[in-house]
Structure formats: structure tokens, C-alpha cells
Write a protein that binds this ligand. Structure first.
Ligand code: B16
Ligand code: MG
Length: 218
């Protein structure tokens, strides 16, 4: 496989922002009078903000007009942004920073491919924005994963053919999006959650750029 571009999802791949999303969504659910569990929160991973709210309201069996939903999504986001504004570089998931740095040193082009509209705040807080040749986030695309738009835009921004890109993803919808873009996809997780990944790793802690090159050579 000829690989020139690496595209990384953010939440669940480079950093665990799901815990902050959960706290903010849970507070919203508490205010609406129902319990939102961590298990329910699993369903929100990789999903857009408005779709996340729909899932949350489904859990609480609440129906609301669009205007009210907009207001709640903004309220949750305000809460979430307050938390991520305090993040620090030590929150980068184990091994992710050295993988990114060695990928760049080896000459791969790197892109971020995230659904989050807050990706820039996070990258800046983690001090890793400069490690990406292109940043495609929720402010730049309109179609949510499993639509391939975010990854195709990443390949285009890197000036690399889609089939020469590899995606790193932790969400099933993201793996489907990568496949829809005709990209090889390495899943961060396990077979149970991500049955369709082309290859699975638990994280970057024990997966070096050398392991990656061995994998794509075969
Ligand atoms: P925001 P990713 C996703 O990030 C999160 O996994 C998902 O839970 C969140 O709803 C989505 O971003 C939108 O985030 O509300 O900040 O725009 O995995 O695509 O990096
Ligand atoms: Mg993710």
C-alpha cells in the first residue's frame, strides 16, 4: 500500500474529550430531570453536536421544538468549552504525540479529521496544532460521519489521493466514513466496538511508526 497522508480523528484518538462532553451532557440531562449514563454517552462518540442532543433527548423520552434544541445545544457547548479551555498538553493520549512527531519526521503528511467545532481550542491547548499540515473540523464540513466529506476534504487539503491516505478512528461512524472515502482505516478500540476496522490497536502506546510501516508494507 502506498501511503502518503495520515488523517487523525481527535476525540478518542489523540485526546479523551468524551469525558468532558459527558459531564456537560449529563448536567443538561440533570436539568431536564433524567439520568444520562456513561453507557448512554458511548452513543455520542464521533457524532455531531445536534445529533448527540437528539440521542440524549431520545434517552430522556423528551420531544422539543428546534428552537429549544438549539438553545440547549448552545448551553451544553458553553459548559463544555469552559472545561476544554483548561486542558493541558499532558492530556494527549499515551504515545500519540510521539507517533505524530515521528510520522512527520518520516515525511508523511498529516491532517486532522474531526467532527468537533471546538477542535482548534483543543489543539491549541494541547500545543499540537503545528503538527498538522491540514485541519479539517466541524467548522469546515457540513456532512457528519459516516459521510466521507471530512476525510475527503483532508486528503484534498494535503494534496494526496484518497486511496493513499490512512485514517485513525475510534468511532464506528468514522470507520464507515473512511471506507466511504476508500481509505484504509486503523481503529482505536476493540473488535466488539469496531468490527469493520481494517486493523485494530488499543492506542498509540505500543504502536510506533515502525509498526505502522510494517503493517502497510504487508
Ligand atoms: P463539538 P471527533 C466528536 O469529535 C466527538 O466524538 C463527539 O462526541 C462530538 O459530539 C463531536 O465531536 C462534535 O463536537 O460539540 O465540539 O462540535 O471524535 O470527531 O474528534
Ligand atoms: Mg472520535
Amino acid at each position: 500500500m502506498k501511503v502518503e497522508g495520515l488523517i487523525f480523528d481527535l476525540d478518542g484518538v489523540i485526546v479523551d474529550t468524551a469525558k468532558y462532553h459527558y459531564l456537560a451532557w449529563k448536567e443538561l440531562a440533570d436539568g431536564l430531570g433524567f439520568y444520562f449514563s456513561e453507557e448512554d454517552n458511548e452513543r455520542l462518540k464521533g457524532v455531531s453536536r445536534m445529533r448527540s442532543l437528539d440521542i440524549l433527548l431520545e434517552v430522556g423520552k423528551i420531544e422539543l421544538p428546534d428552537e429549544k434544541k438549539q438553545e440547549l445545544a448552545e448551553k451544553k457547548n458553553k459548559q463544555y468549552v469552559e472545561m476544554i479551555k483548561k486542558m493541558s498538553p499532558d492530556e494527549i493520549l499515551p504515545g500519540a504525540l510521539s507517533f505524530l512527531k515521528s510520522a512527520k519526521a518520516k515525511g508523511y503528511k498529516t491532517a486532522l479529521g474531526s467532527a468537533s467545532k471546538n477542535a482548534m481550542i483543543i489543539l491549541n491547548r494541547l500545543e499540537i496544532a503545528a503538527l498538522f499540515d491540514a485541519i479539517i473540523d466541524g467548522t469546515k464540513v457540513s456532512k457528519a460521519k459516516p459521510n466521507p466529506e471530512v476525510f475527503l476534504a483532508g486528503a484534498k487539503a494535503l494534496n494526496v489521493q484518497a486511496e493513499n491516505c490512512v485514517v485513525f478512528e475510534d468511532a464506528a461512524a468514522g470507520i464507515e466514513a473512511a471506507h466511504n472515502a476508500k481509505m484504509f482505516c486503523i481503529g482505536i478500540g476493540n473488535k466488539e466496538n469496531l468490527p469493520d476496522a481494517d486493523y485494530l490497536i488499543p492506542g498509540f502506546e505500543k504502536f510506533t511508526i515502525r509498526d505502522f510501516e510494517d503493517l502497510i508494507r504487508n
